[in-house]
Design a binder for this molecule. Sequence first.
Ligand code: SIN
Length: 317
Amino acid sequence: MTPLLVVLGTGGTIAGRSASAADNVGYKAGEVPVSELLGDVPVPAGFSVEAEQVAQIDSKDMSDVVWRQLLAAVHRHLQRPEVHGLVITHGTDTLEETAYLLQRVLNPAKPVVLVSAMRPASAALRDGPQNLADGLQLAATDGARGVLAVCAGRVHAALHVRKTHNYLLDAFDSGDAGPVAVLEEGRLTCWQAWPSTPELWEPALLDRLLQEADWPRVEWVTNHGGQTGAIVRALLLQHQAGTEPRTLRGLVVAGTGNGTLHNELQAALVAGQAAGMTVRRSTRCANGRVIEGAQSPIPATPLPPAKARVELMLQLL
Ligand code: SIN
């Protein structure tokens, strides 16, 4: 049986198209089919490749519906004995959230590699083909496992990866944890063990996510100078009036520094808790994580806000 690499397309800049090959920013994401993207890249020797278009979106528009389709497709392909690994082409903007969701829910024993690009497929100097070739190589690597993201030769673990630059080709970082590996001229150097998170894995979670029509609604607010808490109070009014189709169940607050909150914002959040919302306190700092210690009525999370929002949604399920 020839080992198989499955490539799932979801859109993003890697599949973006612009009218001009010189235009790296004025393009439309999610235009080029994944099968066409593969035409540009070599397949690792001894492997065959199969492509499936799961979605075709700009990842800023990521939704629970697309996440559900992706979870179902990844799970289905992971069950196939001939599949050695998966590659998912994805926009860079919410890649860190998708990565967290997949690792947390599936903890895959095979490599599942998220591949993106900062320049569209139509660009003369595009970065997508190299990233896709790196993704295929990782998916074909014996012993590799877990959800990974590869960009500009650096391989990041799902739990740590964050988009840290809006323009440079090396747009991702793993913060204090550092990258899992680097790929240089096809040579893989591993700095850390491949991701494995059995302690986070809950067997029943996947079925719940696939079956639930509506995942719990969780929003994210930020502390800043001049915060008044008005946004949270407005959400609370809406929550009590039931004017939105989906009731707000949780809030993540990106605090300043070690998760500190303006007194006005904290008062509004405490009122939200009293009304039944679950609230978690993260930090808006680009690195580090909130260290519990200060007396706060809002429980802290060590996750950055984007991943904390996904985690709270899973907990509320
Ligand atoms: C997107 O996230 O889909 C657009 C931006 C990108 O992929 O860099």
